[in-house]
Design a protein around this ligand. Sequence first.
Ligand code: BGC
Length: 813
Amino acid sequence: MKYGFFDDENKEYVITDPATPYPWINYLGNHDFFSLISNTSGGYSFYKDAKYRRLNRYRYNNTPTDDGGRYFYIKDGDTIWSPGWKPVKTSMDYYECRHGLGYTLIKGRKDNLEAEVLYFVPLHFTGEIQRVKLKNTGSEKKSFKLFSLIEWALWNAEDDMTNFQRNFNTGEVEIEDNVIYHKTEYRERRNHYAFHSVNHDHSGFDTDRESFMGLYNGFHEPKNVLNGRSSNSIAHGWSPIASHYFEIELKPGEEKTLIFILGYVELPEEKKWESKGIINKAPAREMLSMYDSDEKVDRAMMDLADYWNELLSKYQIESRDSKLNRMVNIWNQYQCMITFNMSRSASYFESGIGRGMGFRDSNQDLIGFVHQVPDRARQRIIDIASTQFLDGSCYHQYQPLTKKGNNAIGSGFNDDPLWLILGTTAYIKETGDFSILSESVPFDNDTSLSKSLFDHLTVSFDHVINNLGPHKLPLIGRADWNDCLNLNCFSKDPNESFQTTENKTEGSRAESLMIAGLFVVYGQEYVNLCKFLKKDDEANRAQSHVDEMRIAINKYGWDGEWFLRAYDFYGNKIGSNENEEGKIFIESNGWCSMALFDKEDKKVIKALDSVKKYLDCDYGIILNYPSFTKYYIELGEISTYPEGYKENGSVFCHNNPWIMIAESMIGRGDQAFDYYKKIAPAYIEDISDLHKTEPYVYAQMIAGKDAYKPGEAKNSWLTGTAAWNYYAVTQFILGIKPDYDGLIVDPCIPTSWEGYKVVRNFRGVVYEIEIKNPDKVSKGVKKIVFDGKNLESNKIPVVKRESKHKVIVTMGN
Ligand code: BGC
């Protein structure tokens, strides 16, 4: 069952039933100021950091779900309703929510009154615009009342939910010219405030929550809305809010627009005050003047659309499959930008206070994003690398505001360093900018320890070879990519974190086949980079280690039908036929297949066949099989989840593309695309009621075949799935792959496809690539004609003769 439809023309998902199976959200904002907004206008905004600069309050895991947002209440006679349905939930004559790229448009209609609210964050603006258009669609005059509501958070989102003995005393506001200023803690160490304004005289306001809502009333029944008047309350402590109140009259057909702004201002210390106790409002006034008319708002929306069209134009596909087009051209790219911006910090499943930017996550996010805004990718790589230690290990996470490594989680995840090689080489291949390698980059954020970024790659590589176990395979540390495979943890204490506790490391033999495969793939990438840079000695040194790892995988990593997952602390096999549960895992089979595909075809084909046989299900490829049915102390968190959920046997979408990539490497295009379709959201829109999360973005996990409810997804938006699936489909299935000196064309597609077209903007030049498949093959390029001339290889050279080039590719054996 569906709850809406894709409007591809407008690049929107249109929700027509507000009671979606879970709040379906969108992200507003592009750089520093961000908002999360649900289809019923719930959510919150923050500046740069969802923990330290939270503007408005949101209650996670609340009941009813998704309470708190930017609400509008209409009191029309005795009827009270909200255009976004929530919080009042009065049924309307019409409801529609259009989630578009960087904006959300919610429209409600009741009793001949239409209210349309446009929410967006303009480019280069630290605030959210909320434009309310009210229209009398009937034939009689309408008099009604409108109230707005924002509940302020007291900046630090964690403290805001815990430290009430202090917080109930600190709230302070100022009101001037229809603007409500939230200046809590400004008198002391903060140099920032927020405001909620409207470009029209209000008839009243409230800034104290209890005065507006009533102590025992919920968001759906604020006392002042029920009574039809505001109380002009001034908050002193407790819970400050911003509510504007209007009495409005509309003639038949008449329309009225109100533009609200939720803004954020930061001031230098010497300019904080206008006079004693009165905040300096000049920057706020300037912000208000930027969007005080409909025309200015429309202009900003056009700029936003241009911005997105430009970003998306870097890779556009035209095929007969509209769902594929929709994913590749719009939604997958969009999600990649969001994961780049947010990492794993703020979503409806990530509270914004726990995890900052992940070292491995952010590097992987780059592969789906780097073609869009390479400059930002460059800075991100440097920020990430700055949190690395001299020995190549690195902080697992860092805080976006300070860019400093997070001590609470520390380091010790032994896959982390390798992803820096992926992120950096992906950036150079996209841009040709080798200069990034000479950038001086600190270790542990200490500039006295700076070395070149290239040196950071070297220590990343060396960290693996300096930490090998008894089978010459990489030691796993606290965990590898699978944060829940904690082979040194041995925890019996429920108060311990699986991620940060190692009750055994001394004498540990725990080794990871996943890191082994990863090392061969990105170690080889490092070798290739060295060769390209003519650093031959380093290339030779590194190559010998990569070759040794290949030998070790072959010797100790093969179980007969698939690759092992790991060796545990005692040196016992994990992910082996010998195990009772967790006999086979996806990660090592993906990475070892990618690592060995050119040399050891037979093993690779066998491994991928086993993946199909044991791990594939209707909803994607599950992580491990059979799922664990009890806690294994030697395995850690993975065995704590009920069967079929999260790292214990769910379809953990992030790693499905690893198998798609391996399948396309060996030329099985039908299989690769079949896996793609199983998890790509546009293809499963029809089962939205089961799937639960948004049909336009990937979720981290979908309950697997051993679960109570297979097919049900959780944790949408902030997942490495976005980047990996984009990478898999654009570079391996559709097969347009940037390289240091050109664009490789190497598709691996279903045999039924006759062809498709890709427009690729690469290093400022547009390549119009037409792929023809007359022989209905999956893989193989017979001929490439580049601007009318035959090419010798399947690499399109980087040329700047024209701003546009035509490439005709004929597939065949
Ligand atoms: C984390 C990743 C991790 C994955 C598997 C995600 O929630 O963000 O870093 O690789 O889970 O455990």
